[in-house]
Design a protein around this ligand. Structure first.
Ligand code: FE2
Ligand code: FE2
Length: 310
């Protein structure tokens, strides 16, 4: 199968495929806690993604449903509907079974998940901290939050590309089910990488807003990632001896060490990716290749099961 549907309008939409929801499911019953063998640090560092994403992606769905009535371009409306369906499935796939998987191995995720949910339900909600906004500010508040999501979606795209291309995980015999959920999600992030940016521009989002939005997202992402990873690591009895040093300098040193070994993206790589979003000529289309995503989905065990059921 190849990309590019010639019937897709290019006026406001830069998406080159019809976005569909794939109803996937995963079985973690055989998945070890350290799903990258002999590397608890990197395993937890990536596992924390499962605890951050659901609250964020359900928030995306709510916000894009709010944006839909403002969008008159038919193709962009179709993209947004497909985007919402894909993000809802991502959120469900990451929450279903994964909390149970981590709990089975003695790790509690509730306390951290509640902190993540608070961010989307309080400061980022339609009524920030329960305060009603004046009617005149409602659309601006919506556009600002759509800008934040466009910045996040830049990360999900580049991290998606990273996950699809990191053969190091395969060489180290990383767990196939975890690799499949990461890469199925990665592939769909690449498929819909244009939608959030297209909507931001369509809704009047400007270039000036992108730098503060990315600064907030980059800081928030690193903060949440660090907090969530240390929350999991502190509970892991097999790395207990390092417990007291997990949040200190050794956390960052270990991150650099694992990134050098190819098991994790490095902090400097993430910073470089965030800077690319600030270019006036930034274009999500050129950040990844849709064909690479489609090629993965064509043999992803979960995506293939979903297709067979559909
Ligand atoms: Fe997603
Ligand atoms: Fe996404």
């Amino acid at each position: 199968m190849s990309v590019t549907d010639s019937n897709i309008s290019k006026i406001h939409s830069k998406t080159d495929v019809h976005l569909i929801q794939r109803k996937v499911s995963f079985d973690y019953s055989e998945t070890p806690l350290h799903w990258i063998p002999d590397d608890p640090y990197s395993s937890h560092f990536i596992s924390v993604i499962h605890t951050i994403l659901p609250a964020g992606e359900f928030f995306f769905c709510r916000l894009y449903n709010k944006a839909l009535p403002y969008i008159e371009d038919e193709q962009l409306r179709e993209d947004v509907k497909g985007f919402i369906k894909q993000e809802a499935m991502h959120a469900r796939a990451h929450s279903a079974g994964l909390a149970e998987y981590l709990e089975t191995h003695g790790l509690d995720t509730d306390a951290f998940v509640k902190k993540v949910e608070w961010i989307f339900e309080q400061p980022l909600s339609d009524k920030p901290f329960g305060k009603n906004l004046p009617k005149s500010l409602e659309k601006r508040w919506l556009v600002l939050r759509l800008g934040l999501i466009a910045a996040i979606e830049h990360f999900t795209c580049v991290l998606g590309k990273y996950a699809l291309e990191n053969k190091n995980w395969d060489q180290k015999d990383a767990d196939e089910t975890i690799l499949d959920i990461l890469r199925w999600h990665a592939a769909e992030e690449i498929e819909h990488r244009n939608v959030a940016f297209d909507v931001y521009k369509y809704m009047g989002g400007n270039y000036a807003g992108r730098a503060p939005q990315m600064a907030l997202i980059f800081t928030g992402l690193i903060g949440l990632w660090t907090m969530g990873a240390t929350h999991l690591m502190k509970q892991d009895p097999t790395i207990k001896k390092h417990k007291s040093r997990l949040i200190g300098r050794s956390f960052w040193k270990e991150w650099r060490h694992k990134a050098k070994k190819g098991n994790l993206p490095s902090l400097s790589w993430l910073a470089f990716q965030s800077a690319r979003y600030l270019s006036p000529s930034y274009n999500p289309s050129t950040e990844a290749d849709t064909q690479q995503a489609i090629d993965y989905l064509a043999h992803s065990p979960a995506a293939q099961r979903a297709e067979a059921v559909a």
